[in-house]
Ligand binder design. Structure first.
Ligand SMILES: *[C@@H]1O[C@H](CO)[C@@H](O)[C@H](O)[C@H]1NC(C)=O
Ligand SMILES: *[C@@H]1O[C@H](CO)[C@@H](O)[C@H](O)[C@H]1NC(C)=O
Ligand SMILES: *[C@@H]1O[C@H](CO)[C@@H](O)[C@H](O)[C@H]1NC(C)=O
Length: 501
């Protein structure tokens, strides 16, 4: 997105859970930093005009007798047009994304850069964690038990290695960190732009500190009720099928650019062909031979299913998705290798275990065996025919067995009147944060409005719209909300060859 938020400062927030390099909690002089000192950043900033500062905040807000602190890394992108009207905090979701590096990655599109704080990595070497619970429970009849057992390894290992920090990561503490930042900035209220997992943080800060809310935008909204109270979060998949099928239909309309359609007579036949292919892949996975140093591997149902859904996050990759699927349907894995393993495939830093650390500690329910999850398994299957397994083994099974709890949780019902109303944004076809969740959360926040961005992908930023950008800009400039029911169209249709993300 090319909008520059007029006269504002964008600030990447690195909350405790934005783990990357180790920052040992240290005990500085007791006096709390009241003024931030901005200076050069010691990370690769890709030439952006960013500055960085540190802020010491309490390490454990529930332990009043302790003076231990945690140093937050803050990164600031200065206002580009004239005098600053204040600071906007950003959070990049996950939850648990590395804030500093995410800010750098997103800067070109969101006009913003990133951090290093409380480390949350469970395995040595770190990459070992990614070898557990990656398969989907639906891959075969013996998969659920295996994934459950692997998720036990994740939960138990994180429990052992993260004993000290495990309870300190979570939304509620991060909310308190945000308020410390607002206080240190000496500003009159909280301005915050939360995307994806950052929307659960935004809903939580607004519910815990409604009187501090100046302007909050939440884009790509999660259902925060489910985040805290459900073992899984099936609503996140409630638009996944619609997104995939709308992509296939759009593909059929644009056969020039979308080769997948050329093998079929109708969009319906294409859907059936792919459903058969996905099912067949369970029994006949395809060996792939990437160029060295990437070792050969087998693309199976679990891998392809997750690749497809996560590629649906990025409309700029839809044409490539179609090319990769076309090859695979013909038994040719080469295009899939090129596309899915391409070094220039856009990627945002992922902090996998930090995501588990925050999400699982924040979740209230636990289960002692897989059978207890039957009801939630059923909900996933009722919600999505194409992607019922997405995230299920990895976070649902791991969180169900998670060995510690966040020291503080927001336990309210998200029914609040904030000092100033919140703007929610939801895409018509967001594969992972459906419009429905934006509507659900908005219903609790008095005076809030949902803007429907009539596009594809995860977050409104991925299929840009001047209309959406102007509304975001007006909201941050003068608090103006769009009329309820406003729908914004993306500037370009799918497959228009203007991939942003
Ligand atoms: C922090 O607390 C410890 C023990 O309670 C105390 O010995 C120490 O002096 C305190 N540090 C500061 C900087 O106040
Ligand atoms: C599609 O994939 C190719 C091969 O990996 C890559 O070079 C190209 O940049 C991708 N296209 C887009 C729009 O990202
Ligand atoms: C919002 O979602 C929660 C969790 O699924 C549900 O219990 C609640 O009824 C929903 N609220 C509305 C207004 O849809």
């Amino acid at each position: 997105m090319t909008t520059s938020i007029k006269a504002s400062v964008l600030l990447g927030l690195t909350a405790p859970f934005f783990a990357s390099a180790l920052a040992t909690p240290r005990t500085p002089p007791c006096k709390r930093a009241t003024k931030l000192e901005w200076g050069p950043c010691n990370i690769e900033t890709q030439g952006l005009p960013v500055t960085c500062a540190k802020l010491a905040v309490p390490l454990d807000y529930t332990d009043k007798s302790s003076n231990q602190t945690l140093e937050l890394d803050l990164i600031k992108y200065p206002a580009q047009n004239g005098p600053s009207k204040g600071t906007i905090l950003l959070n990049f979701g996950g939850p648990g994304q590395d804030g500093l590096n995410s800010m750098i990655s997103y800067a070109p599109i969101q006009s913003a850069g990133t951090g290093n704080t409380l480390r949350f990595a469970c395995f040595e070497p770190e990459t070992l964690g990614a070898t557990f619970a990656q398969g989907l429970p639906d891959a075969s009849d013996v998969s659920p038990g295996r994934v459950w057992a692997e998720a036990s390894i994740l939960a138990k290992t994180c429990g052992e290695t993260q004993k000290t920090n495990g309870g300190l990561v979570g939304m509620a503490f991060t909310v308190r960190d945000m308020i410390q930042i607002v206080d240190a900035l000496g500003e009159d209220g909280l301005r915050y732009w939360g995307i994806s997992g950052g929307t659960a943080l935004g809903a939580t800060v607004a519910a815990m500190f409604p009187d501090r809310v100046d302007k909050i935008i939440l884009d790509g909204v999660m259902n925060s009720h489910e985040y805290y109270h459900s073992s899984g979060e099936p609503e996140m998949l409630s638009s996944s099928d619609a997104t995939f099928e709308a992509f296939l239909e759009a593909c059929f309309e644009e056969q020039e650019k979308c080769p997948l359609a050329r093998q079929f007579d109708s969009a319906e036949a294409l859907k059936e062909g792919l459903a058969t292919f996905f099912e067949d892949l369970k029994y006949n996975p395809i060996p792939l031979y990437p160029p060295a140093p990437i070792p050969p591997f087998v693309i199976d149902y679990s891998i392809l299913n997750q690749l497809v859904l996560s590629t649906l996050y990025r409309p700029g990759q839809y044409q490539n998705l179609s090319i990769a699927l076309t090859g695979l349907l013909q038994g040719d894995g080469a295009p899939a290798v090129d596309i899915f393993l391409s070094p220039d495939a856009p990627s945002i830093p992922q902090e996998a275990e930090a995501i588990l650390g925050i999400r699982c500690g924040d979740k209230i329910p636990r289960a002692s065996s897989l059978v207890e999850l039957d009801p939630i398994e059923e909900q996933f299957h009722e919600t999505s025919k194409w992607f019922p397994g997405f995230g299920r083994g990895w976070y649902v099974y791991a969180c169900a067995q998670w060995p510690f709890e966040a020291k503080e949780r927001y336990e309210g019902d998200f029914h609040v009147k904030t000092k100033n109303p919140i703007l929610f944004i939801g895409n018509t076809y967001d594969p992972i944060t459906p419009l429905r969740s934006a509507q659900n959360m908005s219903s609790g926040f008095e005076g809030s409005v949902v803007l429907q961005h009539n596009g594809f992908g995860h977050l409104s930023l991925t299929q840009p719209s001047k209309c959406t950008n102007e509304i975001i800009q007006n909201f941050f400039d003068n608090g103006e909300l769009p009329k309820p029911g406003t729908v914004c169209e993306p500037d370009l249709p799918l497959f228009a060859n203007d991939p942003k993300v």
